[in-house]
Design a binder for this molecule. Structure first.
Ligand code: ZN
Length: 336
């Protein structure tokens, strides 16, 4: 069925998602429920319709931290994992890589982090059995927490690297510090054989992408879309096969682009850059993977073959092992 037909079901298309912040994907109803169980008042975080409420990116970071402050124990994270993966699976996601931060899970203590990770994995394994969604974790340090804390985070990552924790990255306020401040942490993760990704080119311009590439040598860039302001850089991304984890709805909601039609994802794709599609922090940006696909279809006329290409790119760029990729490839083929 063509996606142009009335009532096309965008949730039915199988999807891979590479850029999802675990806490940022928390459904508001789940956070509200947890807050009331714990008798914590975080009403300010929500608007009158029960959505997350914020004015701009910096306020968003504050609301994000307030909302996620109710997540305090491994058990909370197990429940969060189930709630997040239910939403993703309902949107047709068959594979997701989720950003996890030992900063929020045990204060970067390796022993405490292991307990959180165990709880998260158990919930993710159950979701795989029950809903068919495969999950892998990428540990992220938080840029505005500074390089020293990032080293502790990298140690948590190195200690738990394996078939489930498959990557390391950096998130948070892109304007805090320089990528080279975090090179030590990235080197530690690289030595632990973790694949690497770095947020850049969202709030920072093309130079922030260049700086991240040079200092951290990631295989993927989170966002990276502002590379479009420097076509030489765009061509370099294409030549070097750097994969962009593009989150159009996030960029539009935070005001980087006025609407999806004016988002550079299509220009980047046409110029040969490997682009993938993700939601970032879906309930904060009033989006889902199905909504992202629908918006891209309407903005650029993307049909099933484009989405299939996007998912093949995501599959190649996924940080999981080859056996997992082979299984996912079969599921994509069956649906094609
Ligand atoms: Zn992000």
């Amino acid at each position: 069925m063509s996606l142009t037909q009335e009532g096309a079901d965008f949730a039915a298309i199988p999807k891979l998602e590479l850029h999802l912040h675990h806490e940022g994907a928390a459904p508001p109803a789940f956070i509200r429920g947890l807050a009331s169980e714990k008798k914590v008042n975080i009403d300010k975080v929500f608007d009158e319709r029960g959505h997350y409420a914020y004015d701009d990116f910096w306020h968003f970071l504050q609301v994000y931290e307030a909302a996620t402050s109710v997540l305090k124990t491994p058990e909370d994270y197990a429940r969060l994992t189930t709630a997040v993966l239910e939403e993703s699976a309902a949107s047709g996601v068959i594979y997701t890589e989720t950003f996890l931060s030992p900063d929020f899970c045990g204060g970067r203590d390796v022993g405490a982090w292991r307990e959180y990770l165990h709880a998260i994995r158990e919930a993710a394994d159950a979701a795989e059995r029950d809903m068919g969604i495969v999950t892998r974790g990428i540990i992220t340090c938080i840029r505005h927490f500074g390089p020293d804390k990032a080293k502790e985070t990298a140690l948590c990552a190195a200690e738990t690297a394996g078939d489930w924790i498959v990557g390391f990255g950096i998130a948070g306020d892109e304007k805090a510090g320089k990528p080279r401040d975090f090179a030590y942490s990235f080197d530690m993760a690289r030595e632990a054989e973790l694949a690497l990704t770095a947020h850049a080119g969202e709030w920072g311009g093309p130079q922030s992408v260049r700086d991240a590439l040079e200092a951290l040598r990631p295989a993927r860039i989170g966002h990276g879309v502002r590379a479009i302001e420097d076509l030489e850089l765009v061509d370099r991304l294409a030549e070097e096969g750097v994969v962009l984890e593009v989150c159009p709805g996030s960029n539009v909601t935070l005001g980087i682009y006025p609407d999806v039609a004016r988002h550079p994802i299509e220009m980047l794709r046409e110029r040969g850059v490997k682009v993938t599609v993700s939601t970032d922090d879906p309930p904060f940006f009033h989006t889902t993977m199905a909504k992202e696909y629908e918006a891209l279809h309407h903005a650029f006329g993307w049909e099933e073959e484009v989405f299939a290409q996007i998912n093949r790119t995501a599959l190649d760029a996924a940080f999981c092992d080859q056996a997992t990729k082979d299984t996912l490839a079969k599921r994509l083929e069956i649906s094609a």
